[in-house]
Design a protein around this ligand. Structure first.
Ligand code: ATP
Ligand code: MG
Length: 358
């Protein structure tokens, strides 16, 4: 029996509601397997915690989290707390503190999910974005000169290290090998305008590509990638992008796969020196919080990604299959999918399907 220690940070808004469903599905999967189990410890961090204590998480929270195998996070954010505080005080602190340098974002249209591109079929939209996750444009380097004077100037510097850039490029190539779809990696860049950072980025991409002769490469500017996501999403397999560009194109990706209700992500420390963190892409959705109507599918998919990182087990695909069956059946869907089911009913329905698949 292998037991995994999971730190759970449900966070704010719908975070609590969807996290419960992710855990429900993890437990259903473990019950089927019989030889794995999860020990959860819950941490009440987030904006509510901030409003009480002035901190988004415990001061030595990273030390506490270090002993876990993985972190499952719901959502962080509250209209009364500025976004840069909630983001830097928790999410970015954990991503950077645990050197979770890879942000893994699958973009896959499941049968039954509402795609805004009416001529596209599920098989047309199936790619993965690797987003650099600890440096680049979000390094937090910069400052304000001459505050509140007419000369006031804001400076925000991007930082790209060779070591980290090589690592994420290498991960992208390995993933393309593993997926074995088109054996192709697309480098998302903007080296025509960003003449230091992105020229360097492209150079590292080419260097790493040299180690993977059998993988096809292409380099495309981020503005063009945004257009091609709409025009020919079927052309993509694995894309590698900087922190800022990856952030933007993955929201576009979320739209392609049917919305935030389907967008899952993993923040990976691939060296496994620290825990990795798994979170749905959506935020705390204050407009629907406490109503029990949030779509838990993104969180359930996220929990599946956590399983994939913890164990090599092809059975985890059954979780995606179970979500798909619920979608196609169309009986138990939340209001964002034009249904009237509760969050927990969707979690139950996915577990039901999972049991019959496994
Ligand atoms: P935050 O500040 O925490 O990022 P936000 O206001 O940006 O919150 P998001 O959570 O990103 O809100 O959501 C944007 C919109 O998508 C909202 O209208 C929200 O209700 C909807 N939404 C997000 N996630 C879900 C979900 N899982 N199920 C249903 N609707 C969702
Ligand atoms: Mg948001």
């Amino acid at each position: 029996m292998k037991r995994f220690k999971i730190a759970v940070i449900p966070g704010d808004g719908i975070g609590n509601e969807v996290t419960a469903e992710g855990i429900k599905v993890l437990d259903a999967f473990a019950a089927y397997k019989g030889n794995i189990g999860f020990d959860y410890e819950f941490f009440p961090w987030g904006c509510e915690y901030y409003l009480k204590t002035g901190n988004m998480m415990e001061e030595d929270g990273l030390k506490t989290l270090e002993k876990f195998d993985a972190i499952l996070l719901g959502a962080v954010g509250d209209p009364s707390v500025p976004d840069h505080i909630s983001l830097h005080g928790l999410l970015i602190k954990i991503r950077q503190g645990f050197n979770q340098s890879i942000n893994l974002r699958p973009v896959k249209l499941l049968p039954g999910a509402p795609c805004p591109l009416k001529d596209k079929k599920p098989e047309d939209i199936d790619f993965v974005v690797i987003r650099e996750n600890v440096e680049g444009e979000y390094s937090g380097v910069g400052g304000i000169r001459f505050p509140d004077r007419p000369e006031e100037t804001a400076i925000q510097t991007s930082v790209f290290t060779r070591k980290n850039t090589e690592k994420i490029m290498d991960y992208a190539f390995k993933l393309a090998q593993k997926r074995n779809k088109f054996n192709k990696v697309t480098n998302v860049t903007k080296s025509n305008a960003l003449n230091y950072s992105m020229v360097f980025w492209d150079k590292i991409f080419q260097e790493v590509a040299g180690n993977y002769e059998e993988i096809t490469t292409e380099t495309t500017h981020v503005d063009a990638v945004s257009m091609y996501f709409i025009q020919k999403p079927e052309a993509y397999d694995v894309l590698v992008a900087s922190n800022l560009f990856g952030d933007i194109i993955t929201d576009l990706g979320a739209a392609l796969q049917g919305g935030l209700g389907f967008a899952a992500s993993g923040n990976l420390n691939i060296e496994k020196e620290y825990p990795s963190m798994f979170e749905p892409v959506h935020g705390s959705a204050p407009d629907i919080k406490d109503k029990g109507i949030a779509n838990p599918m993104a969180m359930i998919w996220t929990a599946k990604m956590m399983l994939d990182f913890l164990l090599e087990d092809s059975d985890t695909e059954a979780i995606i299959k179970a979500i798909t069956e619920v979608l196609v059946e169309g009986k138990t869907l939340t209001p964002d999918l034009k249904g009237n089911a509760k969050t927990s009913e969707v979690g139950d329905a996915v577990c039901e399907k999972l049991k019959s698949i496994l």
